[in-house]
Design a protein around this ligand. Structure first.
Ligand code: ZN
Length: 219
């Protein structure tokens, strides 16, 4: 079934499905686990609308391309156009929060990085952004102090809190809008905490956003 944005609460959400803008390194613990340098300016990349997949659809791992890593991330749904916005304007334009996986073909990404090439084929493939339904802004106590968790087959794999971001949610959305106009229906992924690792066929995933849990599975 084609992906559509929707609210967890069931209310209609009439927004087109747009692009996904992501930040490469926004949690210190994750930067350290991959032996990356702390960036001086945010590393941005995009996934097209074809990357989006509801969490109720099976996750399909690309075949023959090495390890496909999970990166659990807070997702932000943009409801109004933003260009050169400040953080307060960015905050007002957010109409929902969700939890997403920034699926990454890590072996391929490492090869591309070594060659100094762009990462798109490792990050922006079809279905590379499984995404939960959104909770309304008022329904999340404090988006900037929210637990993010990922359990796989019952084992805790990623555990973080959005207060550990180096660039806060709304500063990040504002910064993105100085490079790319954000349109209603676009999604921003805010970076992953430590604990990334490869997914396997048949894995059962539970993604936690504060006290809400979302189930997914790998085909
Ligand atoms: Zn990521």
């Amino acid at each position: 079934m084609a992906y559509q944005h929707r609210y967890l609460e069931g209310d209609p959400l009439d927004l087109p499905v747009g692009k996904v803008v992501c930040i490469g390194r926004n949690y210190l613990d994750h930067i350290r686990e991959l032996n990356n340098a702390v960036p001086e300016t945010p590393i941005l990349f995009m996934k097209p609308a074809t990357a989006l997949l509801g969490l109720d659809e099976p996750i399909r791992l690309p075949v023959g391309q090495g390890e496909c890593h999970h990166e659990v991330e807070l997702a932000v749904l943009v409801g109004r156009a933003l260009r050169d916005a400040d953080a307060a304007t960015a905050q007002n334009a957010v109409v929902g929060y969700g939890i997403a996986l920034d699926l990454t073909l890590r072996d391929l990404q490492n090869e591309l990085k070594k060659k100094g090439h762009p990462w798109e084929t490792a990050k922006a493939f079809d279905g590379s952004c499984p995404l939960s339904p959104f909770v309304k802004p008022g329904a999340l106590a404090d988006p900037q102090a929210t637990d993010l968790t990922l359990r796989i087959n019952g084992e805790p794999r990623q555990q973080g809190n959005t207060r550990l971001m180096m660039i806060g949610i709304f500063e990040l959305v504002a910064y993105i809008s100085t490079h790319f106009t954000l349109q209603p229906g676009d999604v921003v992924l805010t970076g992953t905490p430590a604990g990334v690792g490869p997914l396997q066929s048949g894995d059962q995933l539970v993604l936690g956003l504060a006290d809400r849990e979302f189930v997914a599975r790998v085909a």
